[in-house]
Write a protein that binds this ligand. Sequence first.
Ligand code: ATP
Ligand code: MG
Length: 322
Amino acid sequence: MSRIHVLHENEAWVVPLRAAFGAIGAPHEECFLDTGLVDLTRPPPAGVFYNRMSASSHTRGHTHAPEYAGAVIEWLERHGRMVVNGRRALQLELSKVAQYAALALHGIPTPETIAVVGAGHIPEAAARLGYPLILKHNRAGKGLGVRLVRSEDGLREALRALAQDADPHAQPRDGVWLVQRYIEAPEPFITRAEFIGGRFLYAVRVDTSEGFELCPADACQAGDGAACPAVAPGEKFRIVEGFYHPLIHRMEAFLTANGIGVGAIEFITDREGRTFAYDVNTNTNYNAEAERRAGREGARTGMAAVAVHLAELLRRGVPLAA
Ligand SMILES: Nc1ncnc2c1ncn2[C@@H]1O[C@H](COP(=O)(O)OP(=O)(O)OP(=O)(O)O)[C@@H](O)[C@H]1O
Ligand SMILES: [Mg+2]
């Protein structure tokens, strides 16, 4: 039987989607990818595939899950299966350098960034860019390793601390550091625009006054839920109804061109009113409390919209073996 297959590596993030499928009676299956097989001698099952692989999987001990997902997606696409958030989306999920290059092609400004391989070259990049700057990982997620550095002394201190840090996740998983212009917002918030089926759904205003780690996994791991769109208190996340920004149409075009059927783009607007996109998320979670407060319940939640979108793709029919 043809069904919706959800590729993922974190059970907790699938729970709301499972409920949304249940509510509309959509046939689905969950494929947890950590270790296992990809049997290239056989065709994949029929159906629509939705990739929710996350760049931060290694922090949950699933070190090679994205590479596993990559192999599975190659196999699916070779057989003509429809993959929502396919090969290109996975590539973008795993590299902010790739995101910035692709955003630029669609006329979406990003903060000036220098990629650095080998931490020893970070001071050279910082000298080119100037201060204050953001130091972060190319392959990241959950705000991993994001540091605001205000001066040369601050950088020396940050690098000294990094060199002594025993936590393996203090280093970027792919060895690529980003030295990036710090975009200072007049008020401490960023905007996260959510898209489904290439269309803008809603914007979320996210309070950054308590730090940069705004993403799901962090709170899930920390267990306090303070920063997590999936479980955090909703006050940190406020859905802005009737949101409009002139870049939204370009963002829609960017997502469609890159096969990102479900995703979010984060951006900051500075004091001069200039907007910079700095993060593309292909593994999106919605904050249930913020949705409730905005009157988005039942069929009006983000996950309900994702389920309906995938069910519609399944209903329309997908190509069988290529
Ligand atoms: N250039 C920048 N200027 C100002 N703030 C920034 C910049 N880059 C990152 N930040 C802050 O750090 C947070 C995390 O950064 P970013 O989204 O790039 O990392 P991430 O690991 O992909 O996080 P997540 O998975 O939570 O989206 C941002 O939401 C923002 O608050
Ligand atoms: Mg982010």
